[in-house]
Structures are given as C-alpha cells and as structure tokens.
Design a protein around this ligand. Structure first.
Ligand code: AMP
Ligand code: MN
Ligand code: MN
Ligand code: MN
Length: 283
C-alpha cells in the first residue's frame, strides 16, 4: 500500500513532516509522497526522516491551475527538491497567494467580517496561509461558530468572501514540474466538473498540454469513480497514481493510506510512475 498525496502544516494539514513520516510507517505503507500546496517547505525535514522509517519517502507538491473555468489541481510527483528554479517558481506562487489573502481580508471586511492578517497567521505554524487558516481565524474571532461554517457561508468557492488567486495554466504547471524532474498528474479528477461532465475529452486535452498521469485512486472516491478513472488512464496511456489527500485534523475522517476506509493504492504504481519519470512522454 502506498500514498502519493498528503499534506502537513507546511500547507494546510496539521501534522509535522516528521510526524507524517512516522505515521506512514505506522500505517505500514511502502511509499509516501508529501504533496503540500505551493511549497516544498516540509520536504527537507520529511526526507531527513528516511533513516528512521521503513516507508520510502518521496518529494512532491500540489499546484492549482485554471481549466475550463474551474480550479484544477495538478500534483508534481517525484520533483527534485534541490531544483532552485522550481523553488523560485513556487515562491512566485506563494506571492500570488499572499496577494489573494490580503484581498480576501479586505473583501471580508466589506462583508462585515473583520479579521486581520495577524489573526490568520496566528492559526498557522508555517508562513503559508490558506483558507483553512482563514476559517479557523473567523471561528476564533467569533464571526462563525465553527470553521466548517466559514466555508459554507463565507470563503467556500462560491461564497461572497472568496477571492480567487491567479492560477497557472495546466501547460505551465506541467512544464514547471517536468523541468524539476517530476511527473505532472491530475489530482482528484473526480472532484472536478459539474453534473453531466465527462472527463474523456477533457483529459485527452490535458494530456496534450503535458499532463502525464491522473489520480485513479483517491481517499474520497466511490468504487465507480475509481474504476472509471483507472480505465480512462489505461485508454489514454497515462500513468495512474493514488493517495488519500490526508490533511490531519483539518480534514476529519480521512486517514493516511486508507482515506475514508476503502482506499488501497497498489504498490506497483510506483514502478510505473518511476518509469514515466525516466522515459517521459513530455516533448
Ligand atoms: P486555498 O488554497 O487557500 O484557496 O485553500 C484551499 C484549501 O481549503 C483546500 O486545499 C482545502 O484544504 C480547504 N477547503 C476548500 N474548500 C473547502 C470546504 N468547502 N470545506 C473544507 N475545506 C475546504
Ligand atoms: Mn488542501
Ligand atoms: Mn487538491
Ligand atoms: Mn491535496
């Protein structure tokens, strides 16, 4: 069993990267890839745990793109954490995130929900601030009773207090990931699109833009979704990956390696992923 999608407190999870490595061992995983949003901040301490754990520790990240008018997440699996150009590119993304965060504070003030940047920072153990920390800050200030209510009323994707950030094109994200030695993979495609949306053509389009794989196994998929996405990847000749999208206490009920309980990502996916990394389909 492996898990190629999870978060620590370096983005919007609650575990330390050391703690996550230990949890991977406890869950008896054979491989674990850390994929925090827009940062490799947790990777050095994560990889430094390798001598203490049996589970193979791998480096990754998760980037947000704009595709068909919606946010599409692309995982960069097996990226080289020492790649300076990639680090600078991620820093640029974090700058855009910071601008968005400042605008969101102004927007929330207009809505009568006064919180400061310091309130949001107080909810995060690391410099990266995400909506998860906004939700906690809004709860701490008494604007909402509990953090999930903030997503329902104020800062969820379709809510009045949400401010989008400038997102990459899928082609750009794929190029950045490839140039950092990683494999670009569509994260949780099942969470994208609305009623009636079919991935068949859209995934082929993304493949033309440089996407090489898709998350066929995911912590929150129904069995039918897993079957559909694994077979779609086979039809298109894309690599299949899988992970829980574990966020610790910030996404209750999702367990590392196990998702909501039914997840079991096969070990041999890692061999195909590494082969894809070596041989690539990207031109
Ligand atoms: P951001 O990257 O700052 O826009 O924040 C996005 C993060 O907020 C996601 O990665 C999730 O962890 C979390 N999130 C987004 N929408 C919801 C929601 N409706 N309920 C709970 N968490 C959410
Ligand atoms: Mn997240
Ligand atoms: Mn995601
Ligand atoms: Mn994720």
């Amino acid at each position: 069993m492996i898990d190629l999608h999870c978060h620590t407190l370096h983005s919007d999870g609650t575990d330390t990267s050391e703690g996550l490595a230990l949890l991977g061992d406890e869950a008896r995983l054979t491989a674990l890839c850390l994929t925090d949003h827009d940062t490799l901040g947790g990777i050095p301490t994560f990889l430094a745990m390798q001598p203490r754990v049996k589970v193979r520790l791998l480096a990754g990240t998760e980037l947000s793109c704009r595709f068909l008018g919606q946010s599409l997440h692309v995982l960069g699996l097996l990226v080289d954490p020492a790649d300076l150009r990639f680090q600078a590119r991620l820093e640029q993304l974090r700058g855009r995130r910071h601008d968005r965060n400042l605008r969101m504070i102004l927007r929330l003030a207009e809505l009568g929900c006064a919180i400061t940047l310091e309130d949001v920072q107080a909810q995060s153990d690391t410099p990266l601030l995400s909506r998860v920390h906004f939700a906690k800050a809004l709860a701490a200030r008494g604007v909402v009773r509990r953090a999930p209510e903030a997503f329902e009323r104020l800062i969820g994707d379709d809510c009045p207090g949400f401010v989008p950030r400038e997102e990459l094109s899928p082609a750009e994200a794929c190029r950045w990931i490839r140039e950092a030695g990683g494999v670009p993979v569509v994260a949780h495609p099942g969470r994208f699109g609305g009623r009636g949306f079919r991935w068949d053509d859209a995934m082929a389009e993304l493949q033309r833009e440089g996407v090489e794989g898709l998350e066929g196994y995911y912590g929150e998929y129904r069995a039918s979704e897993q079957k559909y996405f694994v077979s779609l990847a086979q039809r298109l000749g894309m690599v299949v990956t899988g992970g829980s999208d574990y966020h610790g206490g910030n996404k209750l009920g999702l367990r590392l390696g196990r998702g909501r309980g039914g997840l079991k990502v096969p070990d041999d996916l890692i061999d195909h992923l590494e082969k894809q990394q070596r041989l690539g389909t990207y031109r």
